[in-house]
Design a protein around this ligand. Structure first.
Ligand SMILES: [Fe+2]
Ligand SMILES: [Fe+2]
Length: 204
């Protein structure tokens, strides 16, 4: 798939094999966190719609993303209900905040960085759905995760193109900077298992 190849080049590292094993061992937790991620993806896009009311292309693309993420949220909740998994509060992983702490505070740099962070979150989600889908014994869930690849891949492209528009110049340096931050969050040991967590603490 073309988009997946592009995303694997965009990301500085693949998902570690140990994370995939932890995910297969913790599917209910993965699904609960996945549902939260879809809701937060919608909320983050909505926040940008409120903050940047003067950018028609941004409003249009992000409005579509909000709707799609809320549909994903409903779909994940339905898959959980079918499997007897109860949705509940869950502390977020360090991942999104670990990226957002580097967003610059003056405009338009703030918008550019926020959109680049959005592109990385979507890209990593897409990459993780791709590595998980072939490993899932639950065929309906595997099919669903495979179908999410395309949507999250499109979101990645939207965020990246919006970042390029907002910057009105090259963004390669900021993309490279966030790629390195993202790689560290994915490759360093993480004591909390989540959809976007790093290398799991080894089991005794
Ligand atoms: Fe989504
Ligand atoms: Fe998305």
């Amino acid at each position: 798939m073309e988009i997946l190849a592009e995303i694997r080049l965009f990301l500085a590292c693949p998902t570690p094999a140990s994370w995939v094993e932890a995910a297969l061992d913790n599917l209910p937790l993965l699904l609960i966190d996945h549902a939260h991620c879809e809701k937060k993806a919608a909320s983050s896009a909505m926040n940008l719609i409120f903050r940047y009311a003067d950018k028609p292309d941004l409003l249009h693309r992000l409005s579509r993303i909000v709707r799609e993420e809320m549909i994903h949220f409903e779909q994940v909740l339905a898959l959980m209900a079918e499997r007897g998994i109860t949705y509940d509060h869950l502390s977020p992983s360090r991942y999104a905040q670990g990226l957002r702490q580097h967003v610059r505070t003056h405009e338009p740099a703030r918008l550019v960085d926020t959109l680049i962070v959005g592109a990385f979150i979507e890209a990593r989600s897409c990459e993780r759905f791709a590595v998980l889908a072939p490993r899932l014994e639950d065929e309906a869930l595997a099919r669903y995760y495979h179908s999410l690849l395309k949507a999250e891949g499109r979101h990645y492209r939207d965020y990246l193109e919006l970042a390029e528009q907002a910057a009105q110049g090259p963004i390669d340096d900021r993309v490279a900077f966030f790629a390195e931050q993202e790689r560290q969050l994915i490759e360093e040991v993480d004591d909390c298992f989540r959809f976007h967590s790093g290398v799991p603490v080894s089991k005794r």
